[in-house]
Design a protein around this ligand. Structure first.
Ligand SMILES: Cc1cc2nc3c(=O)[nH]c(=O)nc-3n(C[C@H](O)[C@H](O)[C@H](O)COP(=O)(O)OP(=O)(O)OC[C@H]3O[C@@H](n4cnc5c(N)ncnc54)[C@H](O)[C@@H]3O)c2cc1C
Length: 475
């Protein structure tokens, strides 16, 4: 008679609520550690805000909006490598800007070490005059130090106090920051603006380089992730909304109640939902007693409009371009980037991005389309002769949390005072703005918390790119 194998307790159950990048990052880094992981996602697909929908007109996957990252996004990069998706990105060595005069300027690293590696190409840029470039350089030099910061001041006011003019603000600072932070300069936190320039552009020679996806988001962070997680033993429950996080009599996490009424026991819950959903999922008594949670209510959202245009012929000669001083901020040529055409015989598919799109909120999609087409016709006259085969305007009202002055004081840490309950999401305290990198960092930090509580602490969040020696000294 064989001896019965000794009883072992079942592995701890980690319930992750939300299948956006924060939840996916947490799940991806917790696999292989003898844990039972279930991911609950309300929608029928993974990816959250970085996802695609099926265009009824063509049956194709269409991104809710173009998503790009930068080489300084070390944790997003790690996540993509971990899940085997790194090869689905293209790194751009230069960022191309199109000035109001129609001339192109390329921002790329020259021979000088950081923080001067971009100086040569910046000085060659044609969208600013020489005195304006010197003014911008002075602004950047002042931005290094936090000393003169005034609490509650917007970045627009900071710029005016540091010698910037309406032209340098609109043509330079807004061009870089409005899309990077999805906020208007007159409502933007100074610390976040500083972070974009220091960490993104100045500290490291490659940090500014863009990573552009070569596949639809729905494939990158949706179907591929679903398969990867299933292979690693994660139970993914799509179309499964969570109604509440449940606590036991001692106030520790007990599990979840789903919208269907089903209850699920869990040892840990990682709540990785958008900030405006969190409080509704928490027991109200808990929110009243934990000030960090109550503060979430004061976070505000900022909108992004994405415009998809399918033309019967090529109209845009570039793969990507940042447009200076106009309504449309970025154009991405998906025919060049992803080989996707407008019709079976060819044509061109462009994705346009307008961040901090507050001014577009009162307009209907037809008016937005008219404004965008008028602008593109001025830039590329071929647009006037081309036939617009299809178009789609998608405005995400709550695209990201708004990086208003002092916003970081409202962002809670991932660890909550409740035993077993962790928060994740781009809006939690990561030091990063609302980005995929911020979302992944938050998921990794929540996972660090879970592992620490299980007695196996690990440092999972990767450091920033190393600063160059001169940059370290000067910045
Ligand atoms: C239009 C647009 C353009 C953007 N462009 C960029 C860009 O270029 N670069 C960049 O870095 N970032 C960009 N972002 C931001 C980026 O998409 C987000 O920072 C990131 O995807 C947030 O991930 P998350 O996991 O924190 O949240 P989310 O992606 O919002 O995921 C939360 C998930 O929780 C689910 N959920 C909510 N409630 C429940 C519930 N009760 N039960 C179960 N599930 C629930 C939601 O369905 C969702 O899938 C953009 C965002 C938008 C909207």
């Amino acid at each position: 008679m064989s001896t019965p194998s000794p009883w072992r307790p079942p592995p701890p159950h980690i319930a992750i609520v939300g299948g956006g990048l924060a939840g996916l990052a947490a799940a991806s880094i917790l696999v292989g550690r003898n844990l039972r992981i279930t991911l609950f996602e309300a929608r029928p697909r993974l990816g959250g805000r970085a996802s695609s929908f099926t265009d009824p007109a063509s049956g194709e996957l269409v991104d809710n909006c173009q998503h790009v990252s930068m080489a300084c996004c070390t944790n997003l990069d790690d996540f993509c490598r971990r899940v085997g998706a790194s090869h689905l990105f293209r790194r751009e060595p230069a960022v191309v800007f199109l000035g109001l005069d129609g001339r192109l300027s390329r921002l790329q690293a020259g021979r000088l070490p950081a923080p001067f590696h971009l100086a040569g190409s910046f000085l060659k840029a044609t969208y600013l005059t020489w005195p304006e470039k010197l003014r911008v350089a002075w602004g950047l030099a002042c931005l290094r130090s936090k000393k003169g910061d005034r609490p509650g001041e917007s970045f627009a006011d900071w710029l005016l106090r540091h010698g910037q003019t309406v032209r340098t603000i609109n043509l330079y600072w807004a061009t870089v920051l409005v899309s990077a932070l999805n906020e208007r300069l007159d409502q933007m936190d100074v610390g976040h603006a500083r972070k974009v320039f220091l960490d993104g552009f100045l500290r490291n020679r490659v940090g500014f380089q863009m990573e552009i996806p070569l596949a639809p988001l729905g494939e990158l962070y949706g179907t591929r992730l679903e398969e990867w997680l299933a292979e690693k033993g994660v139970t993914v429950r799509l179309t499964t909304g969570v109604r509440t996080v449940d606590l036991d009599d001692e106030g520790s996490v007990a599990g979840l109640t789903l919208r269907s009424g089903e209850t699920v026991a869990a040892d840990f819950v990682v709540l990785a939902v958008p900030f405006d959903r969190v409080l509704a999922l928490m027991p109200p008594a808990l929110v009243a007693r934990v000030p960090e949670l109550a503060k979430i209510d004061a976070l505000r959202a900022s909108p992004i409009t994405g415009v998809h245009l399918w033309f019967d012929r090529p109209v845009c000669p570039l793969d990507h371009v940042a447009i200076v001083g106009r309504l449309v901020q970025w154009v991405f040529n998906h025919t060049a980037l992803q080989g996707r055409t407008a019709t079976a015989d060819g044509g061109q598919y462009l994705q346009l991005v307008i961040s901090a799109a507050y001014d577009l909120l009162p307009l209907d999609n037809a008016a937005i389309l008219d404004a965008v087409l008028a602008e593109l016709s001025e830039i590329w006259p071929a647009v006037r002769d081309a036939k617009l085969v299809r178009s789609r305007v998608v405005t995400e009202h709550g695209a990201t949390f708004a990086v208003r002055p002092g916003v970081d004081a409202l962002r809670p840490p991932q660890r909550t005072p409740v035993d077993g309950l962790f928060l994740a999401g781009d809006w939690t305290d990561t030091g990063w703005p609302a980005t995929m990198e911020g979302a992944v960092r938050s998921g990794y930090r929540a996972a660090e918390g879970v592992l620490a509580d299980l007695g196996t602490p690990f440092h999972l969040v990767l450091p920033d790119l190393p600063a160059g020696r001169l940059a370290r000294w000067l910045l």
